[in-house]
Design a protein around this ligand. Structure first.
Ligand code: ADP
Length: 254
């Protein structure tokens, strides 16, 4: 729709504008972070200095996240697509992002999930954004359900998709939820309800999915949780046979 197009164009102009400095900025932040980390080691016996350094570190990490989101668009934003195992990426990224937290991922992903036609880096960014939001929505911990299934869209319902094969994945949290008014704005650039949020995560996610000819939508109930549904076109290629054999073998071996 026109609204969606405007959203993407707004974000892209921001990206092109900021993209040039985002790269240099990212390097500068890396240098600052490295020095903070060293200073923390030196100051580890001084709680007052240590806590100031932790705050500085957090601020730098937020700035890094911001530049990362902007960099996606400075690279032209055109996805470089190849047959990608969404199943592997979902499991690996989620497990990594929730490691050491009080949130337990639960996967429902079939063995025969189709590969998707996607830019791996951009897909990782989508998964990161959704999982980190879910994590932040569950400050007291809990279960995070990650589900995926093969889906043939016959064009008969009113999804904004072309007829064809898709992989649908769900990121289902049991966190704070989103009220109806906010739910209409979550994909807008700069919309955030968080003290230190950038409001770019879902806007970037939305436009990545759009550029993959996919579709993303969310359902939420305040106090119960939020579910994001993402549809991505399936690849024509079959899953890597060699890898499958190795996996089957390790499974048989237990
Ligand atoms: P940010 O995380 O920086 O605020 P996002 O674009 O990722 O930016 O998210 C925008 C807003 O959408 C958040 O501030 C929050 O209000 C809402 N939101 C996104 N994901 C969730 C979720 N899983 N649970 C509750 N609220 C969410």
């Amino acid at each position: 729709t026109e609204m969606e197009l405007m959203k993407i164009q707004k974000l892209e102009s921001v990206g092109v504008l900021a993209g040039g400095i985002a790269h240099d900025f990212n390097n500068i932040l890396t240098a600052i972070l490295g020095n903070i980390s060293l200073a923390r080691m030196i100051a580890k016996d001084n709680a007052q200095i240590e806590s100031r350094l932790v705050e500085a570190e957090k601020a730098c990490l937020r700035a890094k996240d911001l530049t990362q989101q902007l960099l996606t668009f400075s690279k032209g934003g055109t996805p470089v697509k190849k047959a990608t195992s969404l199943a592997d990426m979902l499991k690996e990224a989620t497990t990594f992002l929730l490691r050491g937290s009080n949130i337990k991922p639960e996967f429902e992903i079939p063995e025969n999930l189709w590969l998707v036609d996607a830019d791996e880096g951009q897909l990782a960014q989508v998964i990161n954004n959704l999982v980190i939001n879910a994590k932040q929505a569950m400050p007291n911990g809990g279960k995070l359900n990650i589900k995926a299934y093969n889906y043939f869209y016959d064009g008969r319902s009113d999804l904004p998709l072309k007829r064809g094969r898709y992989v649908c994945f769900l990121v289902e949290d049991h966190g704070v939820g989103i009220d109806e008014k906010s739910l209409q704005r979550i994909f807008d650039p700069y919309f955030t309800t968080k003290k230190t949020g950038t409001g770019l995560g879902l806007a970037v996610t939305f436009s990545i999915i759009k550029k993959h000819s996919g579709y993303i939508t969310a359902q939420s109930k305040v106090g119960q949780g939020t579910t994001f549904y993402v549809y991505l076109p399936a690849s024509d290629k079959k899953a890597d046979k060699k890898k499958k054999t190795a996996e089957t073998y390790s499974r048989l071996k237990g």
